[in-house]
Design a protein around this ligand. Structure first.
Ligand code: ADP
Ligand code: MG
Length: 251
């Protein structure tokens, strides 16, 4: 489905993400999990979103990616309002434009490492083309991303479930980056990485997003990572939902 003319006109030329007067409540909950008056991310912009556990970070990312649809208000990706799209149109739009590193990785455990990284290119012709087009070129690109993440060719054919949690996190990052999506979303992507791996992971992720001119919305409760980002957002200040914690709780 295409956006209405008015929706398209309201999107700024460089706007990748826009939230206006958004409210979201989970089914069965008595309070909203998220209330955000305004939040935008420009094309190519890298944003660090911080906040304690339970403050709505994953909910915000799910709304940005159209995994959840706002109970009220407007959430747009590149000028298209998620709520105006069917569920399959949302899946298509997400596959084409968003690389998502989920908090729980969401790798397909029975597929190989390489096939997991190749998945976005199966679902998105745009990303397959940007990753090289032919099967061989796309596979080489996937291997190169895995290598940048410190996973050499010996990992490619292993089943994803046979990797350590930290290795799976890096496979999830390679999968998000392949095919240069306009938006990369990272939900606590360094939680299972030790310090030395975390350093190189951050370097590779930020450099890959910069090179591809991907906007990056990076969520963490780890303030040490914030300094790498030109823009930092404190979600408890942004989220006016009454249930959202304002004190640092458990991680
Ligand atoms: P964070 O990612 O910052 O830890 P979440 O976005 O996961 O926070 O959660 C925000 C709030 O929404 C919390 O109060 C949480 O308990 C609640 N919540 C999260 N997921 C669900 C769900 N599927 N059903 C009901 N409530 C949920
Ligand atoms: Mg979370």
């Amino acid at each position: 489905m295409s956006p209405s003319a008015s929706e398209t006109q309201r999107a700024g030329p460089s706007e990748t993400v826009a939230l206006r007067d958004v409210r979201f409540r989970y089914d069965g909950a008595t309070e909203d999990a998220l209330r955000v008056d305004a939040f935008t991310v420009d094309a190519g912009e890298h944003v660090f979103v911080r906040g304690p556990s339970g403050c709505g970070k994953t909910t915000l990312l799910s709304l940005i990616a159209g995994v959840l649809v706002a109970s009220d208000g407007v959430v747009r990706l590149q000028g298209r309002e998620w709520a105006s799209l069917s569920s399959s149109a949302r899946d298509h739009l997400r596959a084409e434009h968003i690389g998502y590193i989920f908090q729980q990785f969401n790798l397909l455990p029975y597929l190989s490492v390489l096939d997991n990284v190749l998945l976005p290119c199966r679902f998105s012709p745009t990303r397959a083309k940007r990753a090289g087009g032919s099967n061989g070129a796309v596979a080489a690109r996937a291997q190169a991303l895995l290598a940048q993440m410190g996973l050499g060719p010996e990992y490619a054919r292993r089943q994803a479930s046979a990797l350590s949690v930290g290795q799976q996190q890096r496979v999830a990052a390679a999968r998000a980056l392949i095919g240069q999506p306009e938006l990369v979303i990272a939900d606590e992507p360094t939680s299972a990485l030790d310090e030395s791996v975390r350093e190189s992971f951050m370097r590779v992720l930020l450099a890959a997003c910069a090179e591809a001119r991907s906007a990056l919305v990076f969520v963490s409760h780890d303030p040490r990572l914030a300094q790498r980002f030109a823009r930092q957002v404190d979600l408890p200040s942004l989220n006016r939902a009454p249930a959202a914690p304002t004190e640092v709780a458990e991680v």
